[in-house]
Design a binder for this molecule. Structure first.
Ligand code: DX5
Ligand code: ZN
Length: 229
């Protein structure tokens, strides 16, 4: 599966968002990741439909929306209307996961489910065939700049094993504490889609930072490594 680099604008300087998105694009970013937080599921507040709409005007790249909210279904229509390309919802607050995923797809978006570090993968096993994307959180959501939790790596390997065994094609996305080193570890474990905030926006040259992360991830992609043998 081809690699996707999805910078999170949670760490962007919003006063320069247009410039920063342009630099991300120049560096080869594939998606723009937008973190929606409601102050209930996670102890922080961020963006809503209005920001998605503004980002939509700034780029043609797909917008990957990560909903860290209770009752995510309340936002599906407005976010799809604002220009979201994909929406991912947390299993921990989505008791009717299958119905909710179907609704996201009906609205023309890629449907994703998210598991927190403490949530076992079994939480998605019954809907695995309905997923376009599985987001394995590598920090507890709510804030940028947290440290990568290494204990999440076996879950990525398991998700990749299920994907092969069942011949499915969902993306495996990782989010939280992703830098060049942890991205490489996740790529080796089977992840193909990488969200990064602090590690990219913390660098002076944002464009070069994205290009470098892609290069490192590619070098650690097991599928490409097989080809080299
Ligand atoms: C965390 C968010 C992340 C966040 C990642 O709750 O879901 O997308 O922006 O930020 P870093 O890369 O700083 O851990
Ligand atoms: Zn996120």
């Amino acid at each position: 599966m081809s690699i996707r680099i999805a910078p999170s604008i949670l760490s962007a300087d919003l006063s320069k968002l247009a410039d920063e998105i342009a630099m991300l694009e120049e560096g080869g970013a594939d998606w723009i990741h937008i973190d929606v937080m409601d102050g209930r599921f996670v102890p922080n507040l961020t963006f809503g439909a209005k920001v998605i709409e503004s980002v939509r005007k700034l780029t043609k790249l797909p917008i990957d929306v990560h909903l860290m909210v209770v009752q995510p279904e309340n936002y599906f229509e407005s976010f799809a209307g604002a220009g979201a390309s994909g929406m991912s919802i947390h299993t921990e607050v989505s008791p009717h996961l299958q119905r909710q995923l179907n609704r996201i797809r009906e609205l023309g978006c890629r449907a994703g489910a998210v598991v927190n570090p403490a949530t076992p993968l079994i939480a998605v096993s019954e809907v695995i065939a309905d997923l376009d994307l599985l987001l394995v959180m590598t920090v507890n959501p709510g804030f940028g700049g947290q440290e990568f939790i290494h204990e999440c790596l076996p879950k990525i390997q398991q998700a990749d094993a299920w994907r092969r065994e069942r011949k499915l094609a969902y993306r495996i996305e990782v989010d939280g504490g992703i830098n060049n080193q942890t991205a490489a570890e996740c790529a080796r474990a089977g992840a193909d889609t990488f969200v990064a905030g602090t590690s990219l926006f913390g660098q002076r040259n944002l464009k070069a930072a994205v290009t470098k992360m892609r290069k490192i991830v590619n070098a650690n992609d097991p599928a490409l490594a097989d080809l080299k043998v």
